[in-house]
Design a protein around this ligand. Sequence first.
Ligand code: FAD
Ligand code: NAD
Length: 367
Amino acid sequence: QVSDTLAKEGLDSPSYDWFQTDSLVTIVIYTKQKDISLDSVIVDHRDDSFRAETIIKDHSYLIHIGLSHEVEEDFTVRVAENVGKIEISLKKKENTSWKCLGVPLEKHNLLISKKDTGLYYRKCQLVSKEDVTHDTKLFGLMLPASTHLQVPVGQHVYLKVTITGTEIVKPYTPVSHSLLSEFREPVLPNNKYIYFLIKIYPAGLLTPKLDHLQIGDFVSVSGPEGNFKISKLQELEDLILVAAGTGFTPMVKILNYALSNIPSLRKLKLMFFNKTEDDIIWRCQLEKLALEDKRFDVEYILSAPTSEWNGKQGQISPALLSEFLKRSLKNSRVLLCICGPTPFTEQGTRLLYDLYFSKDEIYSFTA
Ligand code: FAD
Ligand code: NAD
């Protein structure tokens, strides 16, 4: 059944092989796909169980093995993008020759539809917690040395915490440590930190618990989910980001990526809706960026400003959008991304269609 689905999508079934030297065991995954990168594979090695999940379109290809011998905690992952080959090199604890790689575990060597794969969690340690606004904090989590996980631009993960015996799971969108820190500086191959901007709701179920975590405590983090693909950004001329409150979070990496990697980009506008000035996340950084990079503009729209505010105010509306959302050139290649509370995103998406943007030109982040 899976191979039928794959054939329809023009996919070949992936395969794997392994080889060894005195000190290394290398597992090679042949994805038979060209658009494979370091964020296409998630590797977790715990005790003697080794798990490598390769994301291929809407499927996961799993290598899941109880290794026959012990290996060191850390390993290296390399990807040959042009041939779709992934190589994972494990360091042997003892320089003996392995007769076999190990025993197959659940779903090993299977290609499964992503919706049937289930979320896999690893425990990450809280290494930093900084105030960003009166209610929003930047949390820094460190991945275990035995995990390789990079969350693709525009995608989210689930955080899981157990509260009085009940597991609470909610989605959060990783950001970079600061605006423009990720793609301008070389990305370290072993990028071990994941950052989250999280608003604490005093009456919320999960966020007060996250707020009370101490440095050194652990939180379970799932693999990435979401449909956004950076290929949407290729060749763009205008990028318009419409965010409300923490709906800003997916925009952070999109903005970083577009300004650093899309040479055709002429204009990037952020329309940022908040209740008050005090709610604006990373306002100083946004203004610094607007001064430094002439392609970038930011406009704040407040729904509950103080009397001193002389900027734009109100809720998302046709008048506000049409004033701000102009293409830099007639018929320019444009993408609009919108994210915020569900009614905001639904209303905004409808209004954007009405303003003559086509379906392909709008990406809505929804629950
Ligand atoms: P909840 O218990 O959900 O409550 C939230 C607020 O609603 C509280 O003020 C609570 O009092 C109120 N409330 C709850 N139930 C009711 C009710 N029945 N009637 C009236 N009021 C009610 N958030 C971030 O901060 N950062 C992110 O990066 C981020 N990324 C996300 C990515 C995705 C794909 C999605 C869907 C959401 C994302 N969120 C993000 C939101 C996040 O998942 C949580 O919904 C949020 O943190 C609130 O969780 P909570 O359990 O603390 O609050
Ligand atoms: P908030 O309550 O501080 O509101 C921010 C702004 O959103 C307001 O100033 C207003 O302009 C607008 N807004 C709020 N409610 C509205 C409504 N009913 N109709 C029209 N406009 C409205 O926002 P917050 O507490 O920061 O919440 C952010 C929301 O974004 C959360 O619901 C979160 O789940 C969502 N989110 C979604 C994703 C995703 O990827 N899907 C990612 C991050 C956050």
